[in-house]
Write a protein that binds this ligand. Structure first.
Ligand code: GLU
Ligand code: MG
Length: 447
């Protein structure tokens, strides 16, 4: 239910909030925002603030590509409106409240480039089939000292998954735990990850739109807590060629009422959902892991999901099926997409995932046998015999995969697809004649 905006504004003013930051993610997964004084909230909630329509064609370096003809000139404005139901005062920034934004056309009608609306359409399409989805994000990131050292200095030295690693950044960890709760984020868990500097935080499963909103809010919360302790975070998929990649894995389950269709091994409908994801995996990955950094992260043997297959609890699989059990309950069953990272727009990612899975269910696709080892260690003949191929590793191949999937392109819609591809080409063009390490260094702090 939408809160009464006048009452909400008064409550924010009473608690000392001065401004509301309205945030969305662009087609590079980069958060963008506008901040308005709190007194303007009632009017802004009604008509929004003006922002350029060109944000849809910003590339990862903030260059604007005019290659998408519908947004081919500097003219045009859209309205950015805060989603009041999701507005939260920020624990780490007491003068600010935060809300995810919706983008509307200048006349207040729908704007086809609004990524949040793309996801809402998929949620509605699932609902029309009598289905709901639950989505949880696992977010890996690197924690570094906030100075200009190059290479940046890791704020913890490991060991991997060790409490000893986190002792070095204890005050930061404490604030993350407190601020996430205060900002309404339910955490799954938090730990030191694989390499020096790396950590992981998981968000509890929610409805898809909330999951994408929360993923943005979690970044804001984490960054602010880090800054307070002299730390700097990288969410980039591969901060440098020498360090561990940061996956932002997406866990989904599909439900009919209170029945989790991913439970039971999975059952036939859950299997068809996974089969739909598997069929469209190259196209889905072009949305969920779309940047130059994403492509560099997809190295075989690094648990990032480099080959197209599914497995049961197989950590090298881009689609890792996690069964429920009598011990954990059937609600626990889900499928994890590992080929996903912070350079994806979370709304578009979840829309692509749900569209692919829903189509699999609608067509009652058959799921092949799971693969329980790492096909990267097999011979090319063995992979071919099982129909397993590497996922695209260039922007060009990703574009071909994406445009070959009517399910995923329909989910995005022709306008957004055009802008998205123009941005990908712009990024690829800028990276073409540069060393990979230089490209990765430029993306390191952007997400
Ligand atoms: N860091 C790995 C990645 O790039 C994932 C490791 C894990 O499975 O947690 O996705
Ligand atoms: Mg992990």
């Amino acid at each position: 239910m939408t809160p009464d905006v006048h009452r909400l504004t008064a409550a924010l003013q009473d608690s000392g909030v001065a401004g509301v930051t309205i945030s969305w993610a662009d087609n590079n997964g980069i958060p963008r925002s506008r901040t308005v004084p709190v007194a303007a909230l009632p009017r802004v909630a009604e008509v929004g603030v003006g922002v350029t329509s060109l944000f849809a064609v910003f590339d990862s370096a903030d260059a604007i590509t005019f290659a998408h003809s519908d947004l081919g000139t500097p003219s045009g404005d859209v309205r950015l409106l805060p989603v009041l139901e999701k507005l939260v005062p920020l624990a780490g920034q007491p003068a600010l409240a935060w809300a995810p934004g919706r983008q509307l056309a200048a006349d207040g009608g729908p704007w086809p480039y609004d990524q949040r609306a793309v996801l809402e359409r998929q949620v509605d399409a699932l609902a029309a089939d009598g289905l709901t989805a639950l989505v949880g994000y696992e977010m890996e990131f690197g924690v570094y000292l906030d100075d200009d050292a190059e290479p940046p200095a890791p704020a913890h030295a490991g060991p991997a998954y060790s409490p000893h690693a986190l002792v070095a950044i204890d005050d930061f960890v404490t604030d993350v735990l407190r601020d996430c709760v205060a900002n309404g984020l339910e955490l799954g868990q938090l730990h030191a990850e694989y390499g020096p500097a790396q950590m992981e935080l998981s968000l509890a499963a929610t409805d898809p739109v909330t999951a994408a909103d929360n993923q943005l809010l979690a970044r804001q919360t984490l960054r602010v807590a880090a800054k307070r302790h002299g730390l700097r975070l990288t969410f980039a998929p591969l901060p440098a060629t020498t360090v561990a990649g940061n996956g932002w894995h997406i866990h989904t389950s599909v439900w009919r009422g209170d029945e989790n269709l991913l439970a039971g091994g999975p059952g036939p409908e859950g299997a068809a959902y996974i089969a739909g994801l598997l069929r469209d995996l190259p196209a889905v990955a072009a949305v969920t892991a779309p940047s130059q950094g994403s492509l560099a992260r997809l190295r075989p043997g690094y648990f990032a999901g480099a080959y197209g297959f599914w497995g049961v609890e197989n950590r090298e699989a881009p689609l890792r099926y996690v069964p429920g059990s009598a011990f954990l309950g059937s609600g626990n069953a889900n499928v994890e997409l590992k080929t996903s990272d912070a350079s994806a727009n979370p709304y578009l990612s979840l829309a692509a995932v749900l569209a692919a899975g829903r189509a699999g269910m609608a067509e009652q696709l058959e799921l092949p046998e799971p693969v329980q080892s790492d096909p990267g260690t097999w011979s090319a003949e063995d992979r071919a015999a099982r129909g397993i191929a590497a996922l695209p590793t260039t922007a060009e191949d990703q574009e071909a995969a994406l445009t070959a999937s009517p399910r995923v392109t329909d989910a995005l819609g022709p306008e957004l697809l055009g802008a998205f591809l123009a941005v990908r080409r712009s990024d690829a063009g800028s990276a073409a004649h540069r060393e990979l390490d230089a490209v990765l260094a430029d993306l390191r702090w952007r997400y």
